[in-house]
Design a protein around this ligand. Structure first.
Ligand SMILES: C[S@@+](CC[C@H](N)C(=O)[O-])C[C@H]1O[C@@H](n2cnc3c(N)ncnc32)[C@H](O)[C@@H]1O
Length: 276
């Protein structure tokens, strides 16, 4: 008899078990990058053989430095907008809302497939001004139900690559048409990361297929003219990369010489609407 929560996911939805586990592994380090104690307790609550993921703790920085960067950007947006709406698509089991713990002026929406949202409901507590949306992000209907009366932070970490380019561009256009101002904070794989997806263990083991390659901010700006670029960096170039040590630092020296490899994971930050 166990009171753990069972989980039965495949494809893109399953990838978030790996990202959750990597954050939990990081939390056990003496000097964690993210120190996500919520992820640590979540894996205790879920009835899943985590060893089956075939992930070791040395992999944790591959994920946590990205998450840390998006936490920094989200904090910056919320520091400037005490009254805001956060739409966090492809949230998986990420606990950003608990890590950031936004003030009472923020309405926060976590969006993912129904199976993922169902798991979140069973594992995580509810909190005031926090909403779960069980839908594919590509379905146009859910966005229309989100009140558009405040500046928006639209945050998508680790999700764009599961969309086709047409789906992703249509989503970004819908967001900038519905809300009058805000930011889009999103990461992308470039052509090399998409082309080499079968070499990526996490993707292969979940039976997912990656589609959308973005090589530079102009690929987005040319198709979503409402957006203005605020910042663009990469996994290796971001300040959060400085928090890792050992083999990853050596890897940076090598990939510096191979730009498509250096730029394979990109972090983009855009604004839209009137600056305030
Ligand atoms: C690699 S996981 C990342 C999860 C989380 N953002 C994180 O960083 O831990 C990808 C997530 O995107 C979600 N996803 C993929 N395609 C989606 C779609 N069309 N609509 C909503 N969520 C989607 C998956 O279900 C999964 O939770």
């Amino acid at each position: 008899m166990t009171n753990k929560v069972s989980v039965d996911l495949t494809g893109p939805a399953k990838t978030m078990l790996s990202t959750l586990y990597l954050k939990a592994l990081d939390a056990d380090f003496d000097e964690p990058v993210l120190g996500d104690r919520f992820a640590r307790s979540a894996i205790e609550r879920i009835d899943f053989n985590w060893d089956d993921l075939g992930i070791g703790s040395s992999w944790a920085p591959l994920l946590t430095v990205r998450t840390a960067q998006y936490d920094i950007w989200a904090h910056q947006f919320l520091a400037a907008h005490a009254n805001a709406t956060v739409v966090h698509v492809g949230c998986g089991m990420d606990t950003r809302v608990f890590r950031i713990d936004p003030g009472t002026g923020v309405q926060w929406y976590d969006v993912d497939f129904p199976g993922v949202i169902d798991l979140r409901e069973k594992v995580y507590p509810s909190r005031p001004n926090y909403h779960l949306v069980a839908s594919s992000a590509t379905d146009p209907a859910w966005l229309d139900r989100i009140p558009a009366d405040r500046p928006l932070l639209f945050l998508a970490e680790g999700m764009s690559m599961y969309l086709t380019e047409d789906q992703g561009i249509a989503l970004l256009r819908r967001v900038t048409e519905r809300f009058s101002s805000g930011e889009v904070q999103i990461d992308f794989f470039n052509w090399l990361a998409i082309k080499s997806q079968k070499t990526q263990t996490l993707v292969r083991r979940s039976n997912s297929t990656l589609h959308w390659a973005v090589n530079r901010p102009d690929d987005i700006l040319g198709q979503v003219p409402a957006l203005r670029l605020l910042a663009a960096t990469t996994f290796f170039g971001a300040s959060t990369f400085e928090r890792v040590s050992g083999p990853f630092k050596v890897a940076r020296q090598v990939v510096r010489l191979i730009p498509p490899l250096r730029d394979s994971l990109q972090y983009h930050r855009y604004a839209f609407g009137s600056p305030d």
